[in-house]
Design a protein around this ligand. Structure first.
Ligand code: SF4
Length: 358
């Protein structure tokens, strides 16, 4: 529920409106996972709430830790579906990659999630709960680590689950709840043109990343079937019209596949394509997975591609793969287990209550 939903729910139940906000703040500000933790509610009210509402859609089934410190969480929904979310250490802070769907229907040829097909959309509660579980896990296992950035780049195409995407963004950025800054959230899409146009008109303003991966339609058609519906021309036209906040740029993701899109000619075609765009390009050397038919280019080929991009004036960043030893890197999420033991989260009692509702 958004805060408005929670207040309307309270009124529907015949409770005072402020009760909705009170409980909502416990969940989204304080991170309560049970009604028992809500110490400023009477025991009778807690029982009444527990009979009519649920907190948290997910439980942690497994946490795998990479040698570089990346943690992959396998999370189970109430109906027994598995999804994954990844906590990536980035210097003094942590970025969390979250999922928006169970599986994905987009079928990018290089992606392990695509092999699962689409099972269902996650609801907004399941999307935000990944963040709350990530925060709790860090609190318990690495006190002092700060979860500062969220990227919708895990399993699923967020714009295929549009309403829940927007609802989750509104919840996560509400300053009475999780208080995440909009500029610290990035939504990554494979390029659903009509939904991009819609996203541009929303009041929530996350950063935008677009999975481009090709310098021309021939290559993109082959590796991203979505390109046959909305080709590069249509995609870039929609992005040109996208209202960007001041000092923000679109990020283009470019997964580098050996012999497919990694030549110097590809770099120069890419530079021509993106000329005049307020953008940066993240070069992501391909992360292989068991079903993969592609290979990661050699270090020399990766360096040569990036150097050519830079020489041609593109702002590029090389994304060093993180968590690839536990199948947690970009494009590898497919619910693979390594049998790590489950560490249950503590139920916290005695939390200071959220400030009183005016
Ligand atoms: S890369 Fe993203 S959009 Fe493409 S299949 Fe994988 S999860 Fe879906």
């Amino acid at each position: 529920m958004t805060l408005d939903d929670a207040e309307a729910f309270a009124v529907e139940q015949g409770w005072p409106r402020f009760r909705g906000e009170q409980v909502w703040r416990w969940v989204h500000d304080k991170g309560a996972r049970t009604f028992d933790e809500m110490t400023n509610l009477s025991p009778a009210t807690r029982v009444e709430f527990a009979a009519k509402a649920m907190i948290g859609g997910l439980t942690i089934a497994e946490v795998q830790t990479s040698k570089d410190g990346t943690r992959k969480l396998r999370l189970v929904t109430r109906d027994g579906q598995s999804i994954e979310s990844v906590l990536i250490p980035m210097g003094d802070h942590v970025t969390q990659c979250i999922s928006s769907q169970v599986g994905c229907a987009v079928d990018c040829q290089f992606c392990a999630t695509a092999k699962l097909g689409l099972k269902r959309n996650l609801d907004a509660g399941e999307i935000v709960d990944q963040v709350y579980l990530g925060r709790r896990l860090l609190e318990e296992q690495e006190p002092g680590a700060r979860l500062s950035n969220i990227v919708y780049m895990g399993m699923g195409e967020p714009l295929h689950n549009y309403d829940n995407l927007i609802k989750s963004l509104k919840i996560l950025t509400n300053d009475k709840g999780a208080k995440l800054a909009q500029r610290r959230i990035t939504v990554s899409t494979s390029g659903l043109v009509p939904k991009l146009e819609k996203l541009g008109n929303e009041t929530v303003r996350p950063n935008l990343a677009v999975s481009l991966n090709a310098p021309n339609d021939d290559v993109r058609d082959a590796i991203m079937p979505i390109n046959r519906k909305w080709n590069i021309g249509k995609l870039l036209a929609a992005l040109k019209a996208y209202p960007l906040e001041q000092r923000r740029r679109i990020t283009f993701e470019y997964v580098l596949l050996a012999g497919v899109n990694d030549s110097l000619a590809d770099a120069s075609q890419l530079a021509r394509l993106l000329r005049g765009f307020k953008c940066k390009v993240n070069i992501i050397p391909y992360n292989p997975h068991p079903e993969a038919v592609y290979a990661r280019p050699s270090p020399a080929a990766i360096e040569a591609f990036q150097n050519e991009c830079k020489r041609l004036g593109m702002s590029t960043y090389l994304r060093i793969p993180k968590g690839d030893d536990i199948d947690a890197a970009c494009g590898q999420l497919a619910n693979r287990s390594n049998g790590s033991p489950v560490v249950p989260l503590r139920i916290r009692k005695g939390l200071p209550p959220p400030p009183p509702v005016e």
